[in-house]
Design a protein around this ligand. Structure first.
Ligand SMILES: Nc1nc2c(c(=O)[nH]1)N[C@H]1C(S)=C(S)[C@@H](COP(=O)(O)OP(=O)(O)OC[C@H]3O[C@@H](n4cnc5c(=O)[nH]c(N)nc54)[C@H](O)[C@@H]3O)O[C@H]1N2
Ligand SMILES: Nc1nc2c(c(=O)[nH]1)N[C@H]1C(S)=C(S)[C@@H](COP(=O)(O)OP(=O)(O)OC[C@H]3O[C@@H](n4cnc5c(=O)[nH]c(N)nc54)[C@H](O)[C@@H]3O)O[C@H]1N2
Ligand code: SF4
Ligand SMILES: [Mo]
Length: 697
């Protein structure tokens, strides 16, 4: 029997965007492993994706369209044909559009796949043509993206391997052992050669355990910490005044503001000893090259945007931008932005519908968004009932009798179970796509390895049948996958030299192709693509938007969902804890959190509690505890550990309520918006703790 070797790429939300290989016999994948030729992957996959065939061939994969027959959420389904399903969707939508207009339809999607076709084009073309509501995709890193672009003009990153050149690496609110694993061999090699590694995180993460120094500030205080470091560096005269004058706008204004952040005040805000802040400031100012590496967890709070602005100022103070092994590492996304017109066909569509912020989904479904109210929700590539903030409200919204919900999924998720129609989706082994990455600069083509399981369809195929149903005959709604990719590549290449010499044919041939990056070291020419061409420590753009134009810090506290709720003093301020819900090691948000082998490795849903906080409520490791606030409650197994700061509890994101006791930490999470770009604020959430009496049996 001949074995086919098919090369593909990991579609999941992770900066590493690994290449992989599937071996296929008789249309069935029999072997799966890392692409030994992919430069970032280097022949190994993470714990989540190594057992990928268990994901693809999971016995719970959805294989046919389903129509709800019982009450919402009852789990009573009737299999139907694709024709019936699409006909019913079209019929319902035509009625809704006639009564309320197309904006009453809200597509909701996020990062189930990051592919150009199955995410990017699918998010645009059909929905734009329909005139549906636009979704503000702000759940992940909106504030950091905005802040980095406002300050530096673009998101650019050195290759992971360049960390070899760093003398000091500060990993700030980021846990790459779990969330960017292919950075780690480079970091550990550098450390062996003498690079110092500092991790700043309220939790002793897997990454912190490998560092030379772990600093654990209070959550949401990092903006003040960065400004305190800056203030101290200036006080010591260790900043580079000439560099700042040459390359920055607003240095004098920022310098004046730094006076508001003396060490004593910053120590009080951050909960760190004055000596530690002073030591960190000196270390940073004297080490060169020095790299600060951040991701998005750091900024999922009320201060997120300003925190990132303040951190971006530090490499300017120390003259570290443009140096190999120095500067800021955030994301490589700025090197290549797909041509927006080719992706979304905006000019051939009606004006974009009104925008709905995805962080407010529950509130939006329950009336915050009206005129017109949301009458139909179409979910794909996301699992909002498990991953959105204030998820109890999302579930409540999804239970609305008059809401027509369609979910396109691989699995019967917490969201799908509340739908009216569930449609089966293909996995990455079953469809075509093209991926850029946010941690490196290779493009990788995904060749389908096996035919679609059962009757499942890819996102793009689904858009095509929906277009036909709605009578949309535009050729750009009916192209083949490769035709779409070719069109977007060609349109983008016409404007972006990063794609010089890169064609679809070449991608299909070589699979992984590097972008042409003019300057391997970001900003080595000291040109920053901001309006002024310099680093904008003071941002006029932000001032024009009514935002603080200088980096700063604000003391804003989560209500804990107590707005307008009578709680009879049950939640006193002095007993509030901050809930962090970071990435789990074995799942990608809620993806894989239904896979038996990975569930075993991750263990029971738990919450980490500092021994002092645990003692206050007589809690011991292994006890069932309740986290509670005005939004909801969630019961978890206690892990008492000094691996979290006092006053902080931590429980990883991504659990499925329906595989546990119904509620997850997301039921407690803040759905208020952060300081910039409509950002989510998961890590600002305040909760209260108690021990549950031992349950019987
Ligand atoms: N294994 C795994 N990998 C993933 C994901 C996953 O779910 N699992 N998710 C993917 C996605 S969607 C994303 S966006 C990235 C995120 O990648 P990361 O940002 O690295 O991941 P997070 O765990 O969200 O956040 C990182 C750290 O921020 C800390 N943190 C929270 N609040 C603060 C604060 O106020 N100050 C400081 N200093 N630290 C704080 C948390 O304790 C956490 O350890 O990872 C991607 N990769
Ligand atoms: N508490 C807490 N919650 C968080 C966060 C946090 O830090 N704390 N982080 C937030 C962040 S950073 C992010 S990015 C979001 C991520 O949240 P989501 O974008 O919802 O990501 P996943 O949980 O991975 O769910 C993706 C779903 O898409 C499905 N899927 C995969 N591929 C396809 C496909 O090709 N087609 C279709 N139709 N479906 C597909 C998968 O089966 C899966 O159910 O979560 C957010 N939620
Ligand atoms: S999740 Fe990240 S590390 Fe794991 S295989 Fe995918 S891209 Fe690679
Ligand atoms: Mo994310």
């Amino acid at each position: 029997m001949t074995t086919q070797i098919v090369r593909g790429v990991c579609p999941h939300d992770c900066p590493d965007t690994c290449g992989f290989v599937t071996e296929v016999e008789n249309g069935r994948a029999i072997n799966f492993y890392a692409d030994p030729n992919h430069p970032t992957t280097q022949g190994w996959l993470c714990a989540k994706v190594r057992p990928y065939l268990d994901h693809v061939y999971h016995p719970d994969r959805l294989t046919q369209p389903l129509r709800r027959v019982g009450p919402k959420g009852s789990g009573q389904w009737q299999p139907i044909s694709w024709e019936e399903a699409i006909g019913e969707i079209g019929g319902r939508w035509r009625t809704i559009i006639a009564e309320h207009g197309a904006e009453a339809i809200l597509p909701y999607s996020y990062s189930g796949t990051l592919g150009l076709l199955q995410m990017g084009v699918v998010n645009g073309r059909f929905w734009n043509k329909l005139g549906a509501s636009q979704l503000e995709r702000t759940i992940c890193g909106a504030a950091a993206e905005f802040a980095v672009e406002a300050t530096l003009g673009s998101r650019r990153n050195q290759p992971y391997a360049d960390v070899q050149h760093s003398q000091l690496v500060i990993i700030w609110g980021h846990n790459p052992v779990s969330t960017a694993p292919h950075f780690m061999p480079h970091l550990l090699q550098a450390r062996k050669n003498g690079t110092q590694v500092v991790v700043i995180d309220p939790r002793r993460t897997r990454t912190a355990k490998l560092a030379d120094w772990h600093i654990a500030p209070k959550p949401g205080s990092d903006g003040a910490l960065a400004l305190g470091i800056a203030q101290h560096i200036v006080m010591l005269g260790l900043h580079d005044e000439a560099w700042l004058a040459q390359n920055c706008v607003g240095w004098q204004a920022l310098k004046a503001r730094l006076n508001e952040y003396p060490l004593v005040r910053v120590a009080a805000i951050t909960g760190l000893p004055v000596e530690d802040i002073a030591r960190l400031a000196r270390l940073y100012a004297e080490a060169t090259p020095a790299l600060i590496k951040i991701a998005d967890g750091l900024q999922r709070n009320f201060n997120g945007g300003q925190t990132v602005r303040a951190i971006c100022a530090l490499p300017a103070l120390a003259g570290q931008y443009g140096r190999v092994g120095g500067g800021l590492a955030y994301s490589t996304s700025g090197y290549l932005q797909w041509d927006s017109e080719a992706v979304g066909k905006w000019s051939e569509c009606p004006p974009p519908g009104r925008s709905v912020n995805m962080n407010r989904l529950g509130a939006a479904l329950l009336g915050e968004v009206d005129n017109p109210p949301i009458q139909s929700l179409f979910v794909y590539g996301s699992n909002p009932a498990a991953i959105a903030p204030n998820a109890g409200r999302v579930a409540e919204g999804l239970r609305r009798e008059d809401l027509f919900t369609v979910v396109h999924e691989l699995f019967m998720t917490d969201t799908a179970v509340l739908a009216d129609i569930v449609l089966p989706a293909t996995s990455q082994l079953e469809h075509v796509d093209l991926h850029k990455a946010y941690g490196h600069t290779y493009l990788t083509y995904n060749q389908p390895a096996i035919p679609p399981l059962g009757e499942s369809k890819s996102n793009w195929e689904l858009m095509q049948v929906l277009a036909t149903e709605m009578g949309f005959t535009e050729p750009w709604l009916h192209q083949s996958a490769d035709e779409v990719l070719d069109e977007v590549l060609t349109a983008t290449a016409a404007k972006n030299p990063a794609l010089a010499g890169i064609t679809l044919a070449r991608l299909k041939q070589e699979n992984t192709v590097p972008l042409t990056i003019e300057l391997a070291v970001p900003f080595a020419d000291f040109h920053f693509p901001t309006p002024s061409g310099k680093i904008e420590l003071y941002s006029q753009t932000m001032a024009n938007m009514g935002l603080d134009p200088l980096p700063g810090w604000q003391n804003e506290v989560d209500s804990g969902g107590q707005d307008g709720v009578v709680l009879n003093g049950r939640f006193p301020d002095e007993e509030a804890l901050t809930l962090l819900s970071p990435a789990s090691h074995h799942f990608t948000t809620s993806t894989f959190a239904n896979q038996p082998d990975l569930l075993v490795r991750e263990g029971e849903p738990f919450v980490e509690i500092h021994p002092d906080d645990a003692a206050r409520y007589q809690i011991q490791s292994g006890d069932w505890v309740r986290l509670e606030n005005g939004r909801s409650f969630c019961d978890l197994r206690a892990k008492v550990t000094d691996g979290v700061r006092r006053g902080v509890v931590a429980s990883p994101k991504g659990r499925w309520g329906r595989l546990g006791n119904g509620r997850t930490v997301n039921w407690l999470a803040s759905d208020a918006l952060g300081d910039m770009a409509g950002q989510s604020t998961f890590h600002s959430s305040r909760v209260w703790l108690c021990r549950l009496e031992p349950t019987k049996g």
